[in-house]
Design a protein around this ligand. Structure first.
Ligand SMILES: Nc1ncnc2c1ncn2[C@@H]1O[C@H](COP(=O)(O)OP(=O)(O)OP(=O)(O)O)[C@@H](O)[C@H]1O
Ligand SMILES: [Mg+2]
Length: 1023
């Protein structure tokens, strides 16, 4: 009994220490860190992961939500940083920090940065805007504070260091603005309460406790408000049912002072307040995300449920994780990243905090599967899907549909919110999700669409018979040579806006992006070179650092003029540098492919579409809308304009493109010969959600495919399609029928289970099985090549054509054992040698295997030397492609790992693939891995941080953002704050995961066999 008590006590103290790490001063934490605790931290295992084919841009990274605001903030920040550096204040501060003997002023500042809420920096003007309910609440608190103040003076059990700090704080606060006293009175009251409770000494900073207490008080007020709210009373509590602190954070972290009218209306809708499902659709840049975020916070804080936020790209997930980590730290919830190779399945069970899972489409599907499997789906209070219209987008659309249909079917309490661009058939989506709809055509900046035909510009006007209304003739004088080089007058169009304003030029191909950027530069005046010259020099230096000394020759020429190109051939570091430089105005023009419009929020004063094609395909209306939607930067431009350059031959098609009604969105479960439907049925059977024909039929009634069956199931009824899919799965030996006694119940085979657990594409599951089986017969373990070959993604094979000379050269560099292994899988040296010599080879080889081995050689070189640039050059591939190959392989490696875990015969792979996943995920030198785990920290930044002394996650989590941004070149304070917040969140997440594990280990099972109750009159058993 004693022992148990002791264990519990340790556990509780440890938990409080762990869960508050982010707000506890570094020194205190060092003092409080027990060896046991340290051991726990060191034992952190790499995160398990699944895979996906989620992105065009792989692990691509991008700017924050409001790039324009960030640009402004960063500009001010930069200026401030410059001034700041020249004052003695920073010098003193740095000296104090490094000597570890801080002066009083320095010490106080340092400690405050580590312990205090960022809200301390906020002006209290928000209080003026408090709703009456909140003011009344504050008055009540004030009253009770007066009553308890006497009691407070006489008692304290807090260690002296904390007391000192509190005194200093109190003195400072005494001089503060009068309005501030309102908030202080709340703190005082709570301080008293906390002190009375503090019978045991604690390592937790008192101000931390107070702040957390204030927030939880506010949350409980909000919760009460939510509970008591009646249909007649629109008063939802301080801020849409949330504490005022959320409003303050929105201002502090986002610069958003007031919601747009439509956002308020939407949040006040009856269906939103009653937590019914909702789809809301608005044009690009309408501010849709904010509404979703407020609803997520309500769910996390007021209902204490977990939330899932689904975004289409890894870059967007990372951006959101970074943006919401500070909210999580301030409001005490977890933010967990599910993208690329990150994410745990099932997620860690948290008893004391809610979690926000931010996931890509594929990871969200795996997450929902794992929640269903572990009976935890009801804990998911809200699922938000951004870009819901992607339901109609190939296999990724099918995955969104499966995920949502499963949530709808298995959890009646999970609310679903979808955000979408305007769609023609939104009613279909409403029927599918049983959702209400809110539509508005609000746009913060007016968008003017133009078309350029020959020398004239026409305004797009659907009311005009011709769709185009003459606006102006282009005013320019081209020489004959220039006319030949630039027949579409792109230079004339861009020089109307740059360098004062920003411009995006969408091009049909990657190569064209580079050519157009180079061409424009040739004709720009010298003055362009002088514009923000110093910052452009820094950018070039950073590009060189990110490329280990190499810079792209095109960028080397264009950047000094303020121009750059942006497409998937660049590494993610390069793209990120371009994005940051563009949003802060250092670059004034980007030439890019259509993927930029979907992936990142980079607005421009003028958007030019160089032609109405993507590669050789004519633009779809949704693509066009995405691209032109980038025009107009909220808060900076009064108007945004788009110009589509059209040739006479495309006039008719362009008319349809710009003036036709919005597109419809259709289910893609039947896409690719019904592969989506088959994998849905497989997982439904595997998860025991539906195991008979009747249950499958019932489930499928709840899909978008069922809503649209009249349009989509023309030749066969939905039911026939389902039966056909079941037969295909049986043929592939992924499912079987249990014996007759079990009513013909369907069940998955081991291979079937491995396939859906590993999220392996049905097309490849049997090939993968065969390859792995063959691999086991002679697994080469003194080199990575064989293992790397086994996890090289099948779907990238079609994107690469080997260069036989390079192939042969690399082949000859392999060891004898490696060459033997290659021959065993089907690529003999003789074949490669003949191909390199240009001979035709009659021998029957499988070309997919040959190309796969070529890709494996690329990966093998990368693992050996970790230099993306030199490997890309050696294989004559774009560095962007090599990076995509690497990230897809790490994701697929996870898939294969989970696949093999379900099949006993593959037991040796478990340990091997776990390590290989880690190596492929962070293909950098080992010391940089912990830093690169932080959302959005890439190799070059990790190197800078490491060299500056921030060597571990813990260093980064405890870093002072101000110091960080003054130490690291070109790292603005806002960005430094985000990095620190993300590191803190990750550290908390890891610590909490370990803590949960400890708790689970120490909890007595509820079904522990108990002795049967003894009847009262039963005689006691005698020995
Ligand atoms: N109330 C507001 N006041 C000021 N700025 C806002 C407000 N709401 C949102 N914004 C800003 O507007 C910008 C665009 O918002 P958001 O990204 O949510 O648009 P969206 O509707 O999702 O557009 P898209 O369809 O392009 O994704 C963001 O930078 C966001 O911070
Ligand atoms: Mg959006």
């Amino acid at each position: 009994m004693n022992v148990e008590l002791k264990v519990r006590r340790v556990s509780t103290r440890k938990r409080s220490r762990v869960t508050r790490t982010h707000l506890t001063p570094l020194k205190k934490r060092r003092e409080g860190k027990s060896p046991q605790n340290r051991r726990l931290m060191a034992d952190v295992k790499p995160v398990e992961c699944f895979s996906d084919s989620e992105d065009l841009f792989g692990g691509y990274d991008s700017i924050l939500d409001d790039s324009s605001l960030l640009a402004k903030l960063d500009g001010v920040e930069h200026e401030r940083q410059r001034k700041h550096q020249s004052t003695t204040y920073t010098d003193v501060d740095q000296q104090d920090y490094t000597s570890l003997q801080p002066s009083n002023a320095g010490k106080q500042r340092w400690t405050e940065t580590l312990t205090d809420s960022i809200l301390d920096d906020l002006q209290d003007e928000h209080l003026e805007e408090l709703p009456s309910s909140q003011l009344h609440y504050l008055e009540q608190i004030d009253e009770s504070v007066k009553r308890s103040r006497l009691q407070e003076r006489n008692q304290t059990s807090t260690p002296s260091r904390t007391t000192d700090r509190t005194e200093t704080q109190t003195n400072t606060e005494a001089n503060a603005h009068r309005r501030r006293s309102v908030r202080r009175s709340v703190s005082d009251h709570l301080k008293t309460t906390m002190l009375c409770n503090a019978s045991a000494p604690t390592n937790i900073s008192r101000s931390v406790v107070l702040k957390e207490a204030v927030v939880s008080e506010e949350i409980s007020v909000a919760m009460q408000a939510m509970e008591t709210v009646s249909a007649e009373s629109p008063d939802l509590g301080p801020f849409f049912g949330l504490p005022t602190k959320v409003k303050d954070l929105m201002y502090k972290l986002r610069g958003i002072r007031k919601l747009y009218d439509w956002q308020e209306t939407c949040l006040n809708l009856d269906c939103v307040q009653q937590r019914r499902n909702l789809i809301y659709s608005l044009p690009t840049s309408g501010g849709k995300t904010l509404v979703a975020e407020i609803l997520i916070l309500k769910e996390l804080l007021c209902r204490k449920r977990d939330c899932l936020f689904i975004l289409p790209y890894i870059s967007l997930v990372q951006e959101k994780v970074r943006g919401l980590a500070s909210f999580g730290l301030e409001l005490d919830f977890m933010v967990e990243e599910y993208a690329g190779s990150k994410g745990r399945f099932p997620p860690v069970k948290r008893t004391n905090k809610s979690s926000l899972y931010i996931a890509t489409i594929e990871k969200a599907h795996s997450l929902v599967n794992s929640l269903i499997e572990t009976n935890r789906i009801e804990k998911l209070g809200l699922t938000v899907v951004d870009e819901l219209h992607m339901l109609g987008d190939g296999s990724r659309g099918a995955t969104i549909e499966m995920t949502l249909a499963k949530v709808l079917y298995t959890s009646k309490t999970t609310q679903i919110i979808g955000m979408s661009a305007t769609l023609g058939n939104i009613r279909d989506l409403q029927m599918f999700l049983k959702a209400e709809n809110y539509t508005n055509d609000f746009r913060p900046v007016q968008l003017k669409e133009y078309v350029k035909l020959r020398d004239s510009i026409y305004e797009v006007d659907p009311r005009e018979e011709e769709c185009f209304k003459f606006s102006r003739a282009l005013n320019f004088k081209y020489s004959g040579a220039m006319q030949r080089i630039d027949p579409d007058h792109i230079i004339a169009l861009v020089t109307e806006v740059i360098p004062t304003h920003s411009c995006l030029v969408f091009c049909p191909t990657k190569k064209n992006c580079e050519n157009v950027a180079g061409m424009i530069c040739k004709y720009l005046k010298e003055e362009f070179l002088q514009h923000r010259q110093a910052e452009k020099a820094i950018l070039l230096r950073e590009l060189r650092d990110s490329g280990n000394g190499s810079v792209c020759p095109v960028l080397k020429k264009t950047v000094p003029f303020g121009l750059a190109y942006h497409h998937s051939g660049l590494t993610s570091e390069e793209r990120k540098l371009m994005e940051e430089a563009y949003s802060s105005g250092v670059l004034c023009l980007l030439t890019c492919t259509s993927t930029l419009a979907a992936g990142v929020n980079l607005p421009a004063r003028r958007v030019i579409l160089r032609s109405p094609y993507v590669a050789t395909d004519f633009l779809k209306r949704s693509q066009y809308k995405q691209m032109v939607g980038r025009a107009g930067r909220a808060g900076i431009d009064s108007v945004g304009e788009s110009i589509l350059i059209v040739q006479e031959k495309d006039r008719q098609m362009t008319k349809t493109l710009v003036c036709s009604p919005t597109e419809n969105c259709y289910s893609h479960l039947m896409h690719d010969d019904g592969k989506g439907l088959q994998s849905l049925i497989l997982s439904l059977i595997g998860l025991n959600v539906a195991t008979s024909s009747d249950q499958l039929r019932e489930f499928l009634h709840g899909t978008l495919l069922s809503v649209q069956q009249e349009q989509l199931c023309v030749e066969k009824s939905l039911w026939q399609v389902v039966q056909q899919s079941v037969e295909v799965l049986k043929e592939k030996q992924l499912i079987t029928v249990a014996s007759e006694e079990h009513n013909n119940t369907l069940q998955v085979t081991k291979l079937g289970k491995a396939t859906y657990k590993g999220s392996v594409d049905l097309t490849y599951s049997d090939v993968l099985y065969r390859d792995l089986w063959k691999g086991l017969e002679g697994l080469l373990l003194n080199s990575y090549l064989h293992l790397v070959y086994l996890v090289t993604p099948y779907d990238l094979i079609s994107q690469c054509r080997p260069d036989w000379m390079i192939y042969f050269r690399q082949f000859t560099l392999l060891s004898a054992a490696e060459q033997k292994m290659s021959a065993a899988v089907g690529v003999p040296e003789s074949f490669v040698a003949r191909k390199a010599a240009g001979q035709t080879v009659k021998k029957d080889v499988n070309s997919a295997v040959v190309t796969r081995m070529y890709l494996a050689l690329v990966l093998f070189s990368l693992l050996k030397e970790t230099n993306l640039w030199s490997v890309a050059e050696r294989f004559q591939l774009s560095r962007g492609f090599v990076q995509t190959l690497l990230s897809s392989s790490s994701a697929f490696c996870c898939c294969v790992l989970h696949f093999t875990e379900e099949l006993e015969e593959f037991w040796p792979f478990k340990a091997l693939l776990t390590e290989l996943t880690r190596r492929l995920s962070y293909c950098v030198t080992a010391e940089l891995v912990p830093l690169m785990e932080v959302a959005g920290v890439m190799e070059s930044r990790a190197k800078q941080l490491y060299n500056a002394g921030y060597k571990t996650l813990t260093h980064l989590a405890n870093a002072d953002p101000a110091l960080l941004s003054s130490t690291i070149e070109n790292l603005y304070r806002t960005r430094a704050q985000q990095i620190v917040a993300s590191a803190k969140m990750l550290l908390n997440e890891k610590a909490a995961a370990l803590q949960e594990e400890v708790n689970e280990l120490l909890t007595t099972p509820s079904d522990l066999p108990q002795p049967p109750p003894r009847p009262l009159d039963a005689p006691t058993k005698k020995q």
